[in-house]
Design a protein around this ligand. Structure first.
Ligand SMILES: Nc1ncnc2c1ncn2[C@@H]1O[C@H](COP(=O)(O)OP(=O)(O)O)[C@@H](O)[C@H]1O
Ligand SMILES: [Mg+2]
Length: 269
């Protein structure tokens, strides 16, 4: 979806925002993400606010509603949601602004230990039972080898999109962009992180070693991680088929490599 600017919002939508924050003195469109219709920093009398907005009839609008619903249940390092408005065809979220930059996942980056700390904190978070988020065994059911999706079940709150542009770093790392909160086995987020480390230039053994600092990955049943790796191959290959963006084909390649690695070293865990 194409990024639009704050001033492209209709007058009604901007009035609804002013009803929450007062006059908007300036607006600047955020770089980095890819999905939101509007992603902008606004200056208000009460300080800065990050506004994320999507048309209510857009296929990703339900993801934004999930993002709002999960916010009160996130670890404290995640940005606080101030308000959620649905008005004039827009679903709008107003967030606390976290000063920081996107994480650097490249090998040797000083951000990596901070990212590990943030993920460790998340690994200890149980998915709230009363929020309608996806279950891992359902989310990847269509992609998993027959009969294996049940191995993905668990009660940990998973982010599932741990790309570096979804982690903001200052004195610590903050995990943002909760469009895909999922309830499942704790080792799933480390598995997803491995693919993003490969994307950033790590070798497979380095990325696997990095992930093993998470006890969930270290102790995960080989049968389960191999099935999940296979599901990721199918999911990323489908994504790459429907969108020719080169990074998507590269992610599919990393998924194939991780699957091969886990098949070659099944006893490694
Ligand atoms: N609370 C926040 N504070 C500061 N910057 C943010 C905040 N939330 C998002 N951003 C910035 O906006 C970008 C897009 O937001 P994100 O929630 O990732 O939406 P998208 O769905 O477009 O990827 C992020 O990559 C980050 O640079
Ligand atoms: Mg994002």
């Amino acid at each position: 979806m194409i990024r639009r600017h704050f001033h492209d919002l209709s007058v009604e939508a901007r009035q609804a925002i002013a009803g929450k924050v007062g006059p908007v003195h300036a607006a600047r469109t955020a770089g980095g993400g890819m999905n939101s219709g509007i992603a902008a920093f606004i200056d208000t009398d009460h300080g800065p606010v990050f506004v994320k907005g999507i048309p209510t009839d857009h296929p990703q609008a339900p993801a934004q509603r999930r993002e709002a619903a999960i916010n009160p249940h996130l670890p404290r390092a995640c940005p606080r949601l101030y308000w959620h408005i649905e008005t004039a065809g827009w679903d709008l979220l107003g967030y606390e602004v976290l000063p920081g930059r996107h994480a650097d996942y490249t090998p040797g980056s000083a951000d990596l230990p901070l990212v590990a700390t943030a993920i460790t904190e998340l690994q200890r978070t149980t998915a709230p039972p009363d929020i309608p988020i996806k279950a891992a065994e359902q989310r990847w059911a269509a992609y998993a080898p027959p009969g294996t999706a049940a191995l993905f079940a668990g009660d940990t709150l998973l982010h599932t999109d741990l790309a570096p542009h979804n982690v903001l770093v200052n004195a610590r790392a903050h995990i943002i962009d909760w469009a895909w909160p999922t309830r499942g086995a704790a080792w799933i987020d480390p598995a997803i992180l491995i693919l993003r480390l490969l994307e950033a230039g790590h070798r497979l053994t380095e990325a696997d070693t990095f992930a093993r600092r998470f006890p969930s990955w270290h102790t995960a049943p080989a049968e389960a991680t191999e099935a999940f790796a296979a599901a990721n191959v199918a999911a990323w290959e489908e994504i790459a088929r429907t969108d020719a963006a080169p990074w998507k084909a590269e992610m599919a390649g990393h998924a194939v490599a991780l699957h091969a690695h886990l098949r070659t070293f099944p006893g490694n865990k």
